[in-house]
Write a protein that binds this ligand. Sequence first.
Ligand code: NAP
Length: 251
Amino acid sequence: MTFVPKDWLPQDDELGGKTILVTGAGDGIGRAAALSFARHGAEVLLLGRTEAKLEAVYDDIVAEGGQQPGIIPADLAQTSHDDLMALAAELSKSLAKLDGLLHNASILGDRKALAQTSAAKWHESMQVNVNAPFMLTQAVLPLLEQAPMASVLFTSSSVGRRGRAFWGSYAVSKFATEGLMQVWADELGGIGSVRVNSLNPGAVNTAMRRAAYPAEPPDTNPEPAALMATWVYLMSDASSGLNGQALNAQG
Ligand code: NAP
């Protein structure tokens, strides 16, 4: 967590006045991030594939006194460019700007040797983990450009920085995520108000981690909520100097 200044603590209204879209907001890290952004004053837009989970997060945010969130049910495995352009057009009717975009939703895909990975599973991982974040960023870019300081955060992984056997399409999709982040950052950084970075959460106790490491005691790893100061920092204007960085939340 070296990039977060040692003495930095978010103010209660650190994200006040900001609207932040979170993908995969129904569970795990995305759920914790949405709750944390709302606790710090943001209006959050909850995008995910399981509407009941988004509604539960909505209820939690409202029960805590947060701003009423938006719910965007969408299965990123199925969404087309047209769907995402239509979503952005719909958002533009009620939003003057978008201050933050957390690309968090991902799937593990086949945890197999590449030699055994099915082409269908490969395409699905690339669709959810890479194609959808590319298309969504492109679709909402005009809204991001209306914000005085917007932050786009891609979610990476250690296997997206150093390939590892049997991580297949997931690892390759995370390498692509880093590439996507770098190209957006180089195109947008310095000429406007949109900054783009990637964050590797490290090991976190979520459904994805438990599926990837079934033999590992779940309490080996921190809960998502324990790490959220880093996500808040990256959505806050406090991190406005960061662009094009591949960051680590732990270690
Ligand atoms: P998780 O518990 O599996 O949560 C992923 C969220 O993404 C879920 O809410 C899921 O929806 C949603 N999602 C998956 N496929 C989707 C789709 N097709 N359309 C829309 N939403 C979809 O995973 P997590 O551990 O919180 O992971 C969050 C991010 O951190 C991912 O990018 C992951 O690669 C990264 N990461 C996690 C770890 C870790 O140790 N946990 C380590 C490194 C990187 P449902 O709830 O409906 O399934």
